[in-house]
Design a protein around this ligand. Structure first.
Ligand SMILES: [Zn+2]
Length: 332
């Protein structure tokens, strides 16, 4: 048993309370490589932002759970080394799909876990979420639950259609499950292809796809039912067009990739939404920089040469999200 407290990590309780009261959101960046971790920590330290480093089941399978735990511990020490004496870093399990997986993460240094029972029948979702909450709270670990289904593909999580969260269910669900935060479905979506061209309109000037707006009416109804309760948005990458264009210009093929406009995420950050998940944008920033570097320097083969600009590009993106979209800068 390794407690996250021994690693210098924190849970999300105080962080979310301050974010809801302060009208900003905490960035939740997925990671599974050294360069992503370094870029996340550098961005958080430079902007004085709390940060959630999250790991999906797929990332654990890719990078190894033990290694990721030591990377999170390394992130805390690295932040201190960069001049942040008391970093606020959470190690979070993204989309845990069983009690056993959540327990294993809690036993191995995670400070926060998500149990995603959104695809289960309602009562089953409550039952397992409650089981996770009881074990997690005994170890002072916080729990995110999910109600409503997001469309899109993310590692092992995939759904063709979205089902918006039903506001009439949120009081019953959060009270009976005891969860600390709730991921809701209001039109965000996993992956770099969040919407089909048929779901979008086309900007006549640029020819680019314009996605359908988020369901802010549902968010506001949920806020009214659960005043001050921490709400989470998954699938909230904006899929920056310049990164997609770079990838396509250097041999990639990502036609019609489309994300959530940043103005809408900025608006959501000011509400009870206190955690916004961003994964695809980091993948795009990394891939764009690597493709460009290798095309410009065909004779180079040292991974450090192309991973360095990849790391810098991700860091730039993380800082932009923190300062210009989520507003979590200068909170340490
Ligand atoms: Zn997700």
């Amino acid at each position: 048993m390794t407690s996250y407290k021994e690693l210098g990590l924190v849970n999300t309780r105080e962080m979310f309370k301050k974010a809801v009261a302060g009208g900003y959101a905490i960035p939740a960046f997925n990671f599974n490589t050294l360069e992503q971790m370094q870029a996340i920590v550098q961005a958080a330290v430079e902007t004085k932002s709390p940060v959630i480093m999250q790991v999906s089941k797929g990332a654990r399978n890719y990078a190894n759970g033990t290694i990721l735990r030591y990377m999170a511990q390394g992130a805390v020490e690295y932040a201190k080394e960069l001049g942040c004496p008391e970093p606020q870093i959470v190690l979070h399990l993204d989309h845990g799909d069983s009690f056993e997986l959540c327990k294993d993460c809690i036993d191995n240094g995670f400070s926060s876990v998500m149990f995603d029972g959104s695809a289960l029948p309602y009562e089953e979702n409550i039952r397992i979420t409650k089981q996770v909450v009881e074990y997690a709270h005994a170890h002072d670990v916080t729990v995110e639950a999910e109600l409503g289904v997001l469309a899109g593909v993310e590692d092992e999580v995939a759904s063709e259609v979205s089902h918006y969260t039903k506001p009439e269910e949120v009081i019953d669900f959060s009270t009976r499950s005891g969860c600390d935060s709730l991921a809701i479905s209001i039109g965000t979506s996993h992956g770099a292809y969040k919407f089909t061209p048929e779901q979008c309109t086309r900007d006549p000037k640029t020819g680019k796809l314009v996605p359908p707006p988020l369901a802010f009416d549902i968010l506001h109804q949920i806020e009214e039912k659960l005043p001050g309760f921490p709400i989470v948005l998954h699938g909230s990458s904006s899929v920056p067009q310049d990164e997609v264009d770079t990838i396509n210009a250097y041999g990639g093929k990502l036609p019609d990739a489309v994300g959530i406009p940043e103005e809408q995420l900025r608006e959501a950050s000011k509400s009870a939404v206190c955690k916004i998940n961003i994964d695809s944008d980091s993948r795009l920033a990394m891939t764009a920089a690597i493709r460009k570097y290798l095309a410009d320097n065909p004779g180079h083969f040292d991974p450090r040469q192309y991973l360095k600009p990849a790391r810098e590009n991700m860091k730039k993106m993380y800082i932009h999200k923190i300062v210009d979209v989520l507003g979590s800068n200068d909170k340490l």
